[in-house]
Design a protein around this ligand. Structure first.
Ligand SMILES: [Zn+2]
Length: 544
C-alpha cells in the first residue's frame, strides 16, 4: 500500500531561495500567485528569520542542521581557518552538524532532497539526494546514489542548474522558464517514483532573478514579446509549479513553503578595508602583487574535526586560490596588517600573534584596544546620501556564534543598516570608505540593477493540524529541521538550536545522542570544478 499511498510524502518542503513577503503579499492580493495565496489562506504564515549573515550557504546549512552558524561552521561562501591566510570555499562537507536528511534516514524515513543549496557533496540518504547551488557542475557527482543522475539528465539540462543568462534586453526569459519548469518536473518525478516520507525541493530563480533584475524588471523574449516585470513572471512560474507539486502529494501531506532569506534594495557598496586602512588597522602592500599562495597542510586533526578537514578538500588550485584571495583580501600585507575584512556582509579577523602565521597583535590588552578601535572605526562609516551610519551593529564572533570552537568564527561580524549595504574591497588599495556611483562604474562593478538579501524570509505551513489563516510569529530558520523531525516522529537532537513550530499538541521527542555528520561521497574537486563555482559566485556579485 505504501508504494501507492496517496498521502506520501508526509512532509513536503518547497524552498524559494530569496523569497520575500514584500513581493508575495501584494502579488497574492492582486491574484497573481493563486497557489501560494491558497496555502497562506488555508494555512499559517509569517516571517522566517534568517541567519547572521543572511547568506545562502549559511542559511541553507542552518535549515539543514537546525543549528546556528557557530555550531555548523559555514559562516559565508568563504572562511579562514586559524593560522591560515588562505580563504576556503565552503561546501556541505564543512558542516560540523548532522543534517536532517541524515537523521531522518537513520530513523528509517525515506528522503528526497533535490536542488537544495550547499548540499554538495551529496550525502548518502535513505532515498535520493541531488545537490543544488554550490555544486561545481552538472554530472553524476551531483547525485547520491550516482545512478539517480540518469533520471535528472532525462528531465533537466544545464540551464536549470545555472544562473539565467542576460543580454542587452535583460534576463533571458526563456532560460528562467526552462529552469523553473525543469526543477518542478524533476521534483514531481522524484516524489512519484520514490514515494518518500519527506521531500524537499528548492527553486533558485527567485533569488537569481532578484540579484540581476531587482530594479530593472523589464525583459524581452527572443520573439520580441516584452515582459514588464521579469521578477513577477518568475514568481508566477514558481507558483504554477507549486500548484503542480500540490497535485502529486496527498491530503495528509504537511506542506511547508519557506525561504532562506528575504530580498530588498541594495543601497550602497562600502569599502570597510579602506576605512580601516586609514585608521592604521589594515595594511596593504600598495599596488603590488598579492603574496605568493601558501600551502596548507592536510590532516593535522583527528576525530570529527579531522573528518571535516579531510572533507574540505579545500586546498584550492594555485591560480584560483590567487583569484579568490585577490577578491577576499586584495593586496594585504599579512606581515603588517592588524586585521582583515572579507565577505559581502563583512566579517573580520585580527592578525593575532600565536594564532595566525604572521600575527602582529598581542593577545590581551593590545587586542582589546584594537577591537575597540576597530568597532569605533566601523561604526563611524557613514552613507554620504543621508549622513547616517552604514554599520548598524558589530558583534564579537564568539558572542554571536555560540558553540564555535576557539578561533573558528570570525573575530568581528558587522551588520550593515537593514543589510542593504554590501562590503567590497577596492583593488586599488582601499583609499575610499564609500563607493560613489562614479567609482562603482570606474571599477566596472556588475549588476547595477541588483537587489540584495534581507533577514526576513518566508514561512507558510499548510496541512492536517495546521490552523487556517493564522499568523506565526518569531520563527527562525533553525526551527525547520526540528519541525520536520517532529512531524515525522523522529528524535530531535537536543543540540539543535531550533524548536518544533508545528504539531506541538504532541510532545516532541528529544535525544541527547551526539550524531557526527556522515562522510560525503564526492571525489576530489578539480581546478575546473572550482572555476565553475567561482564563476557562478561572480555572476551573482559575491566575488569580483
Ligand atoms: Zn539564498
Amino acid at each position: 500500500m505504501s508504494a501507492t499511498s496517496p498521502s506520501a510524502p508526509q512532509v513536503l518542503v518547497i524552498g524559494l531561495d530569496g523569497g520575500t513577503f514584500d513581493l508575495i503579499e501584494p502579488w497574492v492580493e492582486a491574484g497573481r500567485l493563486p497557489n501560494i495565496g491558497r496555502l497562506m489562506r488555508d494555512g499559517t504564515w509569517g516571517a522566517l528569520r534568517s541567519t547572521i549573515h543572511p547568506l545562502t550557504p549559511t542559511a541553507w546549512t542552518t535549515f539543514a542542521t537546525g543549528c546556528q552558524p557557530g555550531k555548523h561552521g559555514v559562516y559565508d561562501f568563504a572562511l579562514f581557518r586559524p593560522g591560515s591566510y588562505e580563504p576556503i570555499l565552503t561546501d556541505a562537507a564543512c558542516s560540523r552538524a548532522p543534517s536532517v536528511f541524515q537523521l531522518l534516514s537513520e530513523a528509517g524515513r525515506r528522503v528526497v532532497a533535490y536542488n537544495i543549496p550547499w548540499t554538495y557533496p551529496p550525502e548518502p540518504v535513505n532515498g535520493v539526494m541531488i545537490a543544488g547551488f554550490g555544486a561545481p557542475r552538472f554530472d553524476r557527482r551531483l547525485a547520491c546514489p550516482a545512478t539517480a543522475f540518469e533520471g535528472l539528465q532525462e528531465r533537466v539540462d544545464r540551464v536549470s542548474f545555472e544562473i539565467p543568462p542576460r543580454n542587452d534586453d535583460g534576463v533571458i526569459v526563456e532560460a528562467v522558464e526552462a529552469q523553473v519548469e525543469q526543477v518542478g518536473a524533476m521534483a514531481r518525478f522524484l516524489i512519484e517514483s520514490q514515494r518518500p516520507d519527506f521531500a524537499c525541493v528548492v527553486f533558485m530563480a527567485t533569488d537569481q532573478v532578484g540579484h540581476v533584475a531587482w530594479t530593472q524588471r523589464r525583459a524581452t523574449r527572443a520573439n520580441g514579446q516584452v515582459i514588464a516585470d521579469v521578477l513577477l513572471h518568475t514568481y508566477e512560474l514558481v507558483d504554477a509549479q507549486i500548484g503542480q507539486l500540490l497535485g502529486v502529494v496527498g491530503e495528509e501531506t504537511t506542506v511547508i513553503l519557506m525561504s532562506d532569506h528575504g530580498f530588498g534594495d541594495r543601497r550602497g557598496v562600502v569599502d570597510l578595508g579602506g576605512a580601516l586602512h586609514r585608521a592604521g588597522i589594515v595594511a596593504y602592500q600598495g599596488r603590488g602583487p598579492v603574496p605568493a599562495p601558501r600551502v596548507r597542510k592536510h590532516g593535522r586533526a583527528g576525530g570529527v574535526l579531522g573528518m571535516v578537514e579531510a572533507g574540505l578538500k579545500a586546498i584550492l588550485p594555485k591560480e584560483l586560490r590567487g583569484r579568490i584571495r585577490q577578491s577576499m583580501t586584495p593586496s594585504l600585507d599579512f606581515a603588517a596588517t592588524k586585521a582583515w575584512v572579507w565577505g559581502r556582509y563583512p566579517k573580520l579577523r585580527f592578525n593575532v600573534r600565536g594564532r595566525e602565521a604572521q600575527g602582529v597583535v598581542e593577545p590581551g590588552a593590545e587586542l582589546d584596544a584594537l577591537r575597540k578601535a576597530t568597532c569605533e572605526c566601523l561604526l563611524g562609516v557613514t552613507d554620504p546620501a543621508d549622513g547616517r551610519p552604514v554599520i548598524e551593529t558589530v558583534w564579537r564572533g564568539d558572542e554571536i556564534y555560540p558553540g564555535a570552537p576557539p578561533g573558528d568564527a570570525p573575530d568581528l561580524v558587522a551588520a550593515t543598516r537593514d543589510f542593504a549595504y554590501i562590503s567590497r574591497d577596492i583593488a586599488t588599495g582601499g583609499t575610499r570608505a564609500f563607493l560613489t556611483e562614479e567609482a562603482r562604474q570606474a571599477v566596472g562593478w556588475r549588476h547595477e540593477q541588483g537587489g540584495i538579501h534581507r533577514m526576513a524570509g518566508v514561512l507558510v505551513a499548510y496541512g492536517p493540524g495546521v490552523p487556517a489563516g493564522e499568523r506565526i510569529e518569531g520563527a527562525t530558520l533553525a526551527d525547520l529541521a526540528p519541525t520536520i523531525l517532529h512531524l515525522l516522529q523522529a528524535p530531535i537532537p537536543r543540540s539543535m538550536d531550533g524548536r518544533p513550530l508545528l504539531g506541538t499538541a504532541v510532545e516532541p521527542q528529544y535525544t541527547d545522542r551526539e550524531t557526527p555528520p556522515q562522510p560525503r561521497s564526492a571525489a576530489e574537486a578539480t581546478e575546473s570544478d572550482l572555476q565553475q563555482v567561482t564563476d557562478r559566485l561572480q555572476d551573482l556579485g559575491y566575488i569580483d
